[in-house]
Design a protein around this ligand. Structure first.
Ligand code: TYM
Length: 336
């Protein structure tokens, strides 16, 4: 069975972008791939996290993975800091990645803009992400579009490592969905929907109440005119809302255009709010059931045990290749 790996930060809000661009899709891979899904708390601390809050956020992220349909019998769910190999391999890869390529990461450029005192972890963040992926010999990495450049960096660093030290890492491939790879902000369709948006009207959180959803959709920006047509160039705001409606209902864009022909934005927004509420209802229900069951700690403990087992083998292989540690097996041991 081929392997899939992906991760989500436990940094508070999980929104519709995270859901449609990533978490919901994770569950589609479960029957076809041996899946490893990680709550990347070490990535989250690249910006300050309140130590009293972080455990709750980690638990909450695990609950949303499960509520979205992740089956712990099929997939391995774990917390990054419970598997020490991630930080260890990250350091080794930092000695292979270059300052120049990390400086070109658009996410880093955006997040560090106008801020002189960002942590050095924010800069090396994509290398830790490369370590996450490479430790599991992942074939595929399901992510939203904003992570594509990071997966590309991972591939480059792995190829450089392999050519410098000998065949060690499998070269992974990003799997980006055709639609929903970049859900836009409800307040600015030029920007992606983001949890770091200071304006909560820009995103719909998975935990939003019905009233909040109705209010946010009602106040979402629209384009000039009043037709409901999918035209990302001319009508980026409506195109974004149509994409969300399509993802919630499973309807094709052309079917949506037909459904709302001759009707205005107000009608469409009402239907969109209802569709989002309906799509999120089973998640809320499952979230509540998992929260009450108290099973999360056991699932994460079992997940970490399995992740440690798999990743330690790959780390050992990488250490041997680099010539590190006299305690490692002799160089040239056959790869699995
Ligand atoms: P994070 O936590 O920012 O986002 C989690 C996932 O959600 C996707 N996503 C979106 N998809 C569509 N539209 C949006 N507006 C939107 N916003 C976010 C992201 O693309 C991502 O798939 N660095 C990663 C976490 C990570 C990781 C990894 C991912 C750490 N190690 C290894 C894959 C493999 C991140 O910060 O995602």
């Amino acid at each position: 069975m081929k392997r899939a790996f992906s991760g989500v930060q436990p940094s508070g809000v999980l929104h519709l972008g995270n859901y449609f661009g990533a978490i919901k899709r994770f569950t589609d891979f479960q029957d076809e791939y041996d899946c490893y899904y990680c709550i990347v708390d070490l990535h989250a601390i690249t910006v300050y996290q309140d130590p009293k809050e972080l455990p709750r956020l980690i638990n909450d992220t695990a609950l949303y993975y499960l509520a979205a349909g992740l089956d712990p019998e099929k997939s391995t769910l774990f917390v990054q800091s419970d598997v020490p190999c991630h930080a260890e391999l990250s350091w080794m890869l930092e000695c292979v990645a270059t300052f120049g390529e990390l400086s070109r990461m658009t996410q880093f450029k955006e997040k560090s803009k106008g801020n002189e005192s960002f942590s050095s972890g924010l800069f090396t963040y994509p290398v830790l992400m490369a370590a996450d992926i490479l430790l599991y010999d992942a074939d595929v990495v399901p992510v939203g579009e904003d992570q594509k450049q990071h997966v590309e960096l991972c591939r480059n660093v792995a190829q450089r490592f392999n050519s410098r030290y000998g065949e060690t890492f499998k070269i992974p491939e990003a799997i980006i969905p055709k639609f929903g790879a970049r859900i836009k902000s409800l307040q600015d369709p030029e920007k992606k929907m983001s949890k770091s948006d200071p304006n909560p009207l820009g995103y719909i959180s998975l935990s939003d109440s019905k009233d909040e959803i109705v209010n946010k959709v009602r106040r979402a920006v629209t384009d000039s005119g009043r037709e409901i047509v999918y035209s990302p160039e001319d009508k980026p705001a409506i195109a974004n809302l149509i994409t969300i409606y399509s993802l919630c209902t499973g309807l094709e864009f052309s079917e949506i255009e037909r459904e709302f022909e001759g009707r205005g934005y107000a009608d469409f927004k009402q239907a969109l709010a209802d569709a989002i509420i309906e799509a999120l209802a089973p998640i809320h229900e499952k979230y509540r059931r998992y929260a009450e069951s108290g099973m999360v700690a056991t699932i994460l403990k079992q997940g970490a045990a399995k992740a440690n087992e798999v990743s330690s083998q790959v780390l050992k292989r990488a250490k041997q290749r680099m010539g590190l540690s006299l305690l490692a097996d002799p160089v040239g041991r056959k790869l699995r």
